[in-house]
Design a protein around this ligand. Structure first.
Ligand code: ADP
Length: 166
């Protein structure tokens, strides 16, 4: 029997976007279990509380779990990513890659995480060209300034963003 393949997809998800969801849906096809790790990240001063970010992710991922048959869990975490991955028994860390701007940071993270535990492999999925430009930070800025965001986030997240900036 082969071991259960578990991947951890970490992020701030403040809020979850169509870009994240695309990576999650594609990543879910590669493993038996996908854990979405919502980083508490107080230092980043998130717009949404960790409870809100977890709840939004859970709502959007229920249909993905159903469609792929993959076990998908959403969990908040604090502290070192590698320690969280170890506590889950995850063999993989999943990340999405947009343009070159993501590359340098992600490459450095892979290097540092490999020093901490080189049994955990980071796998990258390239952003879908339609979602390449989507970033939580920009979506929040557009929402704050009253622009249309329905192409970037699912309807429930759009509603939550509009409520924050009302
Ligand atoms: P972090 O604070 O870890 O950067 P984010 O929530 O911003 O958290 O992003 C989590 C992961 O999702 C990162 O790997 C990031 O590169 C990826 N990501 C963000 N936006 C997109 C997108 N539009 N398409 C594909 N991947 C994305």
């Amino acid at each position: 029997m082969t071991a259960k393949r578990t991947a951890l997809y970490p992020g701030t998800f403040d809020p979850i976007t169509n870009g994240h969801l695309d990576i999650m849906a594609r990543g879910a096809k590669l493993v038996d279990e996908l854990v979405i790790g919502v980083a508490i990240n107080e230092g980043k001063k998130p717009l949404f509380s960790v409870e809100e970010r977890v709840a939004m992710a859970k709502e959007e991922l229920a249909p993905v779990a159903k469609a792929t048959g993959t076990l998908i869990r959403v969990e908040a975490f604090d502290g070192l990513l590698v320690h969280f991955a170890e506590s889950l028994g995850a063999q993989f860390i999943l990340r999405g890659l947009r343009a070159v701007a993501d590359f340098e940071y992600e490459y450095q993270m892979v290097g540092m995480n490999a020093f901490l535990n080189d049994d955990i492999e980071t796998i990258f999925l390239m952003a879908d060209p339609h979602h390449q430009a989507i970033a939580s930070k920009l979506v929040k800025e557009i929402a704050r300034l009253g622009g249309k965001i329905n192409d970037f986030v699912p309807p429930a997240v759009e509603k939550a963003l509009l409520a924050k900036f009302k």
